[in-house]
Design a protein around this ligand. Structure first.
Ligand code: ATR
Length: 282
């Protein structure tokens, strides 16, 4: 790769994003020359920003909140995983076309299976939240044949809608999956126990906020995983641990692994993630 590859991450807010550091670390492994921009872009200016970036020779862009759904409108081709998620976290130029993809589910599964060494097959899984982040990971989770999957959301109707929508899009025939959706009531949450509890709500982005989960929720939980990452343990992680979860994790590994998959889409190179997984960038 002789030419400098033009890459970027966009969203609003964007200051916290570690994507430039992550991708520079990947590029260094191959002596690849990259230029990685971090731009604050709001939905109103997304179309113009993308048009200018790719006209200017841009190769790929990471898309973060709140642009993941809207960005799908500006791609020529949408991958199956982005279509199922109704969202994308990466857009890249190839053969004169713009491709949209969603590597979040891939990143989560890779982190769970290969880094944390948790298999999802036949496991009982609870997902808290029914927004874009939940949407992005559920198809990849179902693919791994868990015994049951429950979506619990503060606004119950949103969880029911998400379940119905996914049932219409995914091929669940031949799967012995118990798939349920509901609110955050104790009755619904405590009707089962869970091997894995995933927090996909945006509560961890609101400093000090708690979802207010019942104590018994985490009895028997092997892993409580927060999709959000931060230098400190999130409130969800602290609560889950105090309430009996054997292990807790934030979403740093998922972030690194989804980034590695995005890097592969942009460069055809598969980076080694091991060093970044050991030591988050401050
Ligand atoms: P994202 O794309 O990150 O999922 P989103 O679509 O705005 O963002 O969804 C945020 C999710 O976090 C929603 O499931 C939201 O619940 P509601 O649908 O009831 O709004 C959930 N959420 C945010 N703050 C929360 C809180 N304090 N307690 C519980 N759930 C919360």
């Amino acid at each position: 790769m002789d030419k400098k590859l033009k890459l970027a991450v966009i969203g609003k807010p964007i200051g916290h994003s570690k994507s430039p550091e992550i991708h520079k670390h990947f590029a260094n492994q191959f002596d690849a020359k990259i230029e990685f921009r971090k731009d604050e872009v709001a939905p109103e200016t997304l179309e113009t920003w993308l048009a200018d970036f790719f006209k200017d020779g841009g190769k790929g862009v990471s898309i973060t909140l709140p642009l993941k759904e809207a960005a799908l409108n500006y791609a020529d081709e949408i991958s199956d995983r982005a279509r199922l998620a109704s969202a994308c976290n990466v857009i890249y130029a190839k053969d004169e076309k713009l491709f949209a993809d969603c590597t979040d589910g891939f990143g989560l599964i890779k982190d769970l299976q290969e880094n944390i060494k948790v298999s999802l097959k036949d496991k009982k899984i609870l997902i808290l939240g029914a927004g874009g982040a939940a949407r992005g990971i559920i198809p990849s989770i179902i693919e791994k044949d868990p015994a049951s999957l429950k979506i619990a959301n503060r606004t119950k109707s949103k969880a029911l809608f998400l379940k119905e929508d996914l049932e219409g899009k995914l091929d669940l025939k031949g799967k012995s999956l118990t798939f349920e959706a509901g609110g955050l009531s104790d009755d619904f949450l405590l009707a089962d126990s869970y091997d894995l509890v995933i927090n996909s709500t945006s509560v961890s982005t609101q400093a000090g906020e708690s979802i207010g989960l019942p104590k018994a929720l985490f009895s028997g939980t092997k892993l409580a995983y927060d999709l959000f990452y931060s230098a400190e343990k999130t409130v969800f992680m602290q609560e889950a641990f105090e309430k009996g979860a054997e292990k807790v994790s934030d979403g740093w590994g998922m972030l690194v692994e989804q980034g590695a998959e995005s890097f592969r889409l942009w460069t055809n190179l598969i980076p080694d993630t091991s060093r970044l997984l050991e030591k988050p960038i401050d």
